[in-house]
Design a protein around this ligand. Structure first.
Ligand SMILES: Cc1cc2nc3c(=O)[nH]c(=O)nc-3n(C[C@H](O)[C@H](O)[C@H](O)COP(=O)(O)OP(=O)(O)OC[C@H]3O[C@@H](n4cnc5c(N)ncnc54)[C@H](O)[C@@H]3O)c2cc1C
Length: 556
């Protein structure tokens, strides 16, 4: 946490040096002492300090300065830092002006020049002022601040990215806090740049305008570039399956890299509470699981590149090479594909237009708080929808689960159905599907088709979260990796036809259990054809696959 600031302003450089020296010798341990020889320059400096979220404890200005006198300066400075203590340095001849300034312009004190000895004529009074300031001082947030609006898809994307990568930040909704005095001061200090939302302010005073996750990732030190170009094991996808493979692989001596498009944790990272993962009797949040797994992987020196995306693949002799979205490449002996699945799109008018502005796919764990006292719709009848509904119910006035079928019983685990039945502000709307989403700048209403009555009902809705099943996104593997008709990757016995190896298979042995049609390329977790879509199964597959990788590597 940076120390609060004592700012002195005097156009006479000798006096400025002297006051800075005296302030520093007495208060330097607790405060930063800054001097400026121009009141205009000092006002610019204060704006910069405001943008950095620095605290200013004292403004000490000489009364007689060209263009702007001390009282004028302090009055202007007060608009930026109203809580800073304000004092004037005056010559004896200006005593009357100083006294009236105290009365009329909210100046706290005036000091006569020269102030020697400071132990008598400066420090006791300043001690009083600073004690007073300390009593109401609340340290400002010392980290990244994001300015934006709730309904902006770009702001949502950035916040979601930061939250899922566990980057702490302070969110300032410039619309909701438009009447907050501190927000107004910050926006004033930013000037016209404040219109380029989302604005990200860093503690060193730098900022990104209209910022996107990749830019922020670089600034906060998330690694997106590989340290070397060759690895024993490269893993695409940092969900539970990929992370487990990385921990097992690296702990057994394999030089391992994970490439992750969004944030380590995968789908599990979006889960508000996983209740069926062994060893956590009271459940744990997906974010927590992801954070622990990342720490564990890093302990074994796994390199995690995020955000970074694999967009192509090729095989050159014993080398498996993945192409990255930024045109880089990584080559390896063994490649593991653990890219999971992505939400299916909801096909209804208005949904695409309002995505990120009240309509979200998955998500929830990070958004629940912003739905306080609102009516939230959750679309889908599987466990992921049930968990999200339970989480929203803690904050929302009412949560409505829309399901196409006649109840949840065929799609959701009984323990979740029981919890939902016991939660008074959750309502299950059966035989219901979204026909249209309405709203100008953000979601305001939805039309719901009731299949039992064949009628459409239009209801107010401020947020809708969609959990309607998922599909793999594996087009980038086309022509190299064998997949089923829905894009899930075939492995092991699923590749064999009447005892025959898959087309182009170059070895005498059969593909290993989790191996694809290319030797040395493995697929684990939700992306694999026939996989059980659970955290524990992903973790299990990722761990087991490492044994096959060792067998494969022993013959390369
Ligand atoms: C909201 C929710 C709640 C859930 N609750 C539970 C639960 O309580 N219990 C349970 O057992 N299961 C639960 N699940 C299911 C569980 O999360 C998944 O089965 C599990 O996460 C699958 O792990 P995975 O590693 O195979 O894939 P994923 O978790 O999907 O991870 C795949 C990762 O690969 C990345 N990726 C994709 N393509 C690329 C690319 N081209 N380049 C780089 N990276 C890429 C993705 O960004 C993603 O991070 C839940 C799922 C959701 C969505």
């Amino acid at each position: 946490m940076p120390k609060p600031i004592l700012l002195s302003v005097d156009d006479d450089s000798d006096v400025l040096r002297a006051i800075e020296r005296d302030l520093r010798s007495q208060y330097g341990a607790e405060y930063r002492v800054i001097g400026s020889d121009s009141p205009v320059g000092a006002l610019d400096l204060l704006k910069q300090l405001k943008i950095r979220n620095d605290n200013v404890a004292l403004l000490l200005a000489d009364q007689r300065m060209p263009r702007m006198d001390g009282v004028e300066f302090l009055q202007e400075a007060m608009r930026i830092y109203p809580d800073a203590k304000r004092a004037l340095l005056t010559a004896y001849a200006d005593t009357n002006a100083a006294i009236s300034a105290i009365n009329e312009a909210n100046i706290n004190y005036f000091f006569l020049k020269p102030w020697d000895p400071p132990a008598d004529r400066l420090y006791p009074q300043l001690d009083d002022l600073l004690d007073d300031w300390q009593a109401s001082y609340r340290p400002a947030f010392d980290g990244i601040r994001v300015l934006g609006t709730r309904w902006s898809p770009r702001c949502y994307e950035l916040r979601d990215f930061l939250a899922r990568n566990h980057v702490p930040y302070q969110w300032i909704d410039v619309e909701l806090s438009a009447n907050d005095a501190e927000t107004k001061r910050l926006l004033e200090a930013l000037g016209p740049e404040a219109a380029n939302l989302p604005v990200v302010l860093f503690p060193d005073g730098t900022k990104l305008l209209e910022s996107v996750p990749a830019e922020v990732a670089q600034r906060v030190g998330l690694r997106t570039r590989a340290q070397t170009t060759f690895y024993d094991l490269a893993i695409v996808g940092g969900g539970p399956a990929g992370l487990a493979a990385a921990v097992y692989g690296a702990s057994e001596g394999l030089h391992t890299v994970i490439v992750e498009r969004e944030a380590p944790g995968g789908q599990a990272g979006m889960s508000s509470r996983i209740e069926n993962y062994l060893g956590f009797p009271s459940g744990l949040s997906g974010g927590d699981l992801a954070r622990r797994a990342v720490v564990q992987a890093q302990r074994f020196n796994v390199e995690i590149l995020a955000p970074q995306e694999c967009v192509g693949i090729r095989v050159e002799g014993p080398y498996r090479i993945v192409k990255l979205v930024d045109a880089g490449e990584i080559s390896c002996h063994a490649l593991m594909i653990a890219t999971g699945v992505q939400w299916r799109r909801l096909e209804a008018p208005g949904v695409d237009r309002l995505q990120g502005a009240g309509i979200y796919y998955g998500g929830g764990a990070n958004e629940a708080l912003s739905c306080k006292n609102e009516i939230v719709y959750v679309v889908g009848g599987a466990n992921s929808a049930g968990q999200a509904a339970m989480n929203f119910a803690k904050y929302a006035e009412r949560v409505v689960i829309l399901v196409r079928g006649k109840s949840l019983s065929s799609t959701m685990s009984q323990y979740l159905i029981d919890q939902i039945n016991q939660t008074s502000n959750i309502q299950v709307w059966a035989h219901a599907s979204v026909a249209e989403a309405h709203g100008e700048t953000h979601l305001e209403e939805i039309s719901v088709l009731c299949s039992d009555t064949n009628k459409i009902e239009r209801v107010p809705a401020s947020a809708m979260f969609i959990f309607i099943g998922a599909l793999p996104r594996t087009d980038w593997l086309a022509n190299v990796i064998a997949r089923d008709e829905r894009g899930f990757i075939l492995t092991g016995p699923d590749l064999m036809h009447e005892g025959q190896h898959p087309k182009g298979w170059p070895l005498d042995r059969d593909p290993y259990l989790l191996e694809t049609n290319v030797p040395g390329i493995f697929a684990v977790g939700d992306v694999r054809h026939g996989s059980v879509k659970r955290v524990a199964s992903g973790v299990g597959e990722g761990s087991v696959a490492v044994q096959f990788i060792h067998q494969y590597l022993s013959k390369v």
